[in-house]
Design a binder for this molecule. Structure first.
Ligand code: GLN
Length: 478
């Protein structure tokens, strides 16, 4: 069995045709990860015990009924900021260290009902803050296409795992691009759903008005399947909604926003995006130039709103209620010294930087100048999209301005790191769905052979995920 070529669909076919049992499949995946993940660093932990229990159940169900749900027995990687009951969840931070989750995230509950299998937890930037997975407190993850380069971030572990065939698919989270950018850097598919489509219950919060969980897969069909399984309203997340899903199905018009095709765009990326556009034209899709005039404020707005929400969400980590307390604290220490010591040692530099920045923009005197101003500009950015969506159905844009960069290249310069999200952030600010697709569709054993992957994204109207899947499938098939 060549596990690297498996998609969700092929796992299902293989199990139903008795080409392999669920137990054999899981064994093959754990073998592969245990032998080769030391070169990549995609996983932070493996859940062998629970995985084998579920595999046994899947085999028993198949034996009894002769059929299976399409997700039964599918080996998945889960970003380590999504909780699974009884398993360690670190968010790649020292401050959570030994934290063992006491409940399942809603997405996990849903996947458990279908007997999907969680191989383990994937690496990420600490608390999902970063674009390269170099901010993890535990290890770096390498891009399987070129091990000297980053896999993107913050869901870099999941994207690398899928690209390298360590997992059939993965769940990531996207606050400002963290599913799409690593998917693009690793040559796989990633979906950031409409805000509110997928419950955030059990996702360790970064910036609650932007965070969404979504799939990272090898094909568009797999992304649609996984999305379908995890979406839906949830009483545990007041911002989740049932969603009025609609789709167009034919005669699409794609908009090309002028503001996304700028000077800073790498030549190689620009050339590949041009090829994608030509492909769509040859498939009789209308292409129309459009303008999203407030795009240039998106990064600044994001770096005010996101840290503000980070500073309040991360206030709960004090080393008392969750995770690890730093060593050597004396009984006589005051409460505030205890907080300071735990938080200073428990958080990494990037997380600390954002908490400080967020506390500043929310402080009295600066709130109006920064935070409330940013909220107003966020409304203008949302408005831009609404205007453009009167003329076009979908927007096509690059995912990142450059191909995957070298490990260490941007770690000393936060601003240049932040710029890698310039094209992904607007969809989060506006709550829109966006699907990242590789210029060269994923193929088994392609790592190291196709050069550096480059991705493009399709941004849709709210609840129009189906439009993105339809166009994505069209591209993939042609
Ligand atoms: N790279 C972006 C950041 O550092 C996005 C993170 C994310 O989407 N979780 O904030």
């Amino acid at each position: 069995m060549n596990i690297e070529e498996l998609t969700i669909k092929k796992v299902h076919e293989g199990l139903c045709a008795k080409k392999f049992s669920s137990h054999e499949l899981i064994e093959a995946f754990f073998d592969e990860v245990e032998t080769h993940d030391k070169d990549i660093g995609a996983f932070l932990s493996l859940h062998k015990e629970s995985a084998y229990i579920v595999a046994k159940e899947v085999d028993a169900i198949f034996h009894e009924r002769g059929t299976l749900h399409p997700l039964s027995g599918v080996p998945l990687g889960i970003k380590d900021n999504i909780v699974i009951e009884g398993e360690i969840t670190t968010a790649a931070s020292k401050i959570l260290g030994s934290y063992r989750a006491v409940y399942d995230a809603t997405v996990i509950k849903k996947l458990k009902e279908h007997k999907a299998i969680f191989l383990g937890k994937n690496n990420l930037d600490e608390f999902a803050m970063g674009s390269s997975t170099e901010n993890s407190a535990y290890k770096i993850t390498r891009n399987p296409h070129d091990k000297e380069r980053v896999p993107g971030g913050s869901s870099g572990g999941g994207a690398a795992a899928v690209a390298r065939g360590f997992a059939v698919a993965a769940l990531g989270s996207d606050t400002g691009g963290s599913i799409r950018q690593p998917a693009s850097f690793c040559g796989v598919v990633g979906l950031k759903p409409t805000y509110g489509a997928v419950s955030r219950s059990g996702l360790i919060a970064m910036a609650s008005s932007l965070d969404q969980i979504g799939p990272i897969t090898k094909t568009v069909d797999d992304a649609a399947l996984l999305f379908d399984a995890i979406k839906g309203v949830d009483p545990l997340d007041a911002t989740s909604t049932e969603g009025k899903y609609t789709s167009k199905s034919e005669s699409f018009t794609i908009g090309l926003p002028r503001e996304y095709f700028i000077d800073g765009l790498d030549k190689e990326v620009a050339k590949k995006i041009e090829e994608v556009i030509e492909k769509f034209k040859s498939l009789k899709i209308n292409i129309k130039p459009v303008s999203l005039p407030h795009t240039r404020y998106a990064l600044s707005v994001y770096y005010i709103i996101m840290p503000a929400e980070v500073s309040s969400n991360l206030a709960r980590y004090d080393g008392i209620r969750y995770g690890t307390r730093v060593d050597g604290i004396k009984e006589s220490i005051s409460l505030s010294d205890l907080y300071v010591k735990n938080r200073s040692e428990g958080f990494g530099d990037e997380v600390t930087r954002r908490i400080i920045l967020g506390t500043y923009v929310l402080s009295s005197g600066y709130y109006d100048a920064y935070y409330s101003k940013a909220q107003k500009v966020r409304a203008l950015i949302t408005q831009d999209f609404q205007n453009v969506f009167r003329e076009v159905d979908v927007i096509l844009a690059p995912v990142a301005p450059t191909p995957p960069f070298k490990i260490g290249e941007k770690t000393k310069d936060p601003l240049s790191m932040y710029l890698s999200d310039i094209f992904t952030i607007p969809a989060n600010l506006a709550g829109l769905p966006a699907l990242a697709l590789p210029h060269t569709p994923w193929k088994p054993n392609s790592c190291g052979k196709i050069g550096l992957p480059v991705g493009f994204q399709l941004i849709g109207k709210r609840w129009h995920e189906e439009d993105l899947f339809a166009l994505g499938r069209l591209y993939e098939e042609n």
